[in-house]
Design a protein around this ligand. Structure first.
Ligand code: DCP
Ligand code: MG
Length: 242
C-alpha cells in the first residue's frame, strides 16, 4: 500500500468524554494529496475538534477516520504522527533554544533543513536578527516571542517533519495580511504534493482551496469552492460579509 496521505472522514460523530451531546455529527469528506481542504465556521462550530480526530487525540463514537485507507483507531499515535503534522490553534513552545523547539519530534533534521523551514514559514528574518540565532532561548510557553512569531515557529516545526498531511488550525490568524499571503504562497510550493487541511477565520486565506467545508454547530452545512459557495450558501455569504 502507498502511504500518500489520503484522508477520509466517513460519517463521523464525536462527543467529548463524559459529554452527552456530540460536538460533531455525521462528518464526511475526503482530502487527497495535492489538495487543500478548508474548514470555516463560527467559534465553537467544532473545527478544532474535527482536526483532533485525525492524530487520534480522541477516539470517535461513530463512523471512521481513515488515513491511507486504514482506520486511525487501528494505528498508534507515533505511526500517525509520522504522516500527519498538526499545527495547533494555540501553538506550544517550551523552554529551550529555538533549535530545540524546531527539532521537537525530528532530531535528525540538518541545520539547513531548519533554515529552509524557517524561510517558508516567514520566520527566517526574526531568527537571524537574534544574537544567538537558532541558539536563542525561548521561554516556557513562548512568552518572549510574539503570537505571530510563535505561529511561524510552529509552522516551521511542522515543515521539518516532512509530513504527508498538514493540519493548520487557524495558524495564520496572528499574521498581518501581507505576511499571511507570503507564507501561504511559499507553503503552496513546498506542500504541493501533500494533503492540506486548513481551519481559517479569514476568507482570503481559503479562497483558493479546492474544497471549503462550512461547519455549523458540528455539522457540515455546505461545501464547495469559494465561487460555488458564494452562489449557493447563505451561511458562507454571511461569513464573507462579516
Ligand atoms: N469542547 C469541549 N471540550 C473540549 C474542547 C471543546 O466540550 N476539550 C466543546 C466546546 C464547543 C465544541 O466542543 O462547544 C467545539 O469546540 P471547538 O474547539 O472544536 O470549536 P472551534 O474550533 O470551531 O472554535 P474556535 O473557532 O473558537 O476555535
Ligand atoms: Mg478552534
Amino acid at each position: 500500500a502507498t502511504l500518500a496521505g489520503v484522508v477520509e472522514y466517513r460519517n463521523v460523530t464525536f462527543a467529548y468524554p463524559g459529554a452527552e451531546t456530540p460536538v460533531l455529527s455525521n462528518i464526511s469528506f475526503t482530502a487527497k494529496p495535492g489538495e487543500t481542504v478548508a474548514i470555516i465556521g463560527s467559534t465553537g462550530a467544532g473545527k478544532t475538534s474535527l482536526l483532533a480526530l485525525l492524530p487520534r487525540l480522541y477516539d470517535i463514537a461513530e463512523g471512521e477516520v481513515l488515513l491511507d485507507g486504514v482506520s486511525v483507531s487501528n494505528l498508534d499515535r507515533t505511526e500517525i504522527t509520522k504522516r500527519v503534522a498538526l499545527v495547533p490553534q494555540r501553538p506550544y513552545l517550551f523552554s529551550g533554544t529555538i533549535e530545540h523547539n524546531l527539532r521537537f519530534g525530528k532530531t535528525e533534521a540538518t541545520d539547513q533543513e531548519l533554515w529552509d523551514a524557517l524561510q517558508i514559514a516567514q520566520g527566517e528574518g526574526f531568527v537571524r536578527e537574534k544574537k544567538n540565532g537558532l541558539n536563542a532561548r525561548i521561554a516556557q510557553g513562548g512568552t518572549n516571542v510574539s503570537g505571530g512569531q510563535r505561529q511561524r515557529l510552529c509552522i516551521a516545526r511542522a515543515l521539518i517533519t516532512k509530513p504527508k498531511v498538514y493540519l493548520f488550525d487557524d495558524s495564520f490568524s496572528a499574521l498581518d495580511v501581507a505576511t499571511d499571503a507570503r507564507l501561504r504562497a511559499a507553503l503552496k510550493q513546498s506542500t504541493a504534493d501533500a494533503t492540506v487541511i486548513i481551519v481559517a477565520q479569514r476568507i482570503s486565506t481559503i479562497t483558493d482551496a479546492d474544497q471549503i467545508l462550512v461547519l455549523d454547530n458540528g455539522r457540515i452545512v455546505d461545501r464547495g469552492t469559494h465561487e460555488e459557495l458564494l452562489e449557493t450558501s447563505p451561511t458562507y455569504q454571511e461569513i464573507v460579509e462579516s
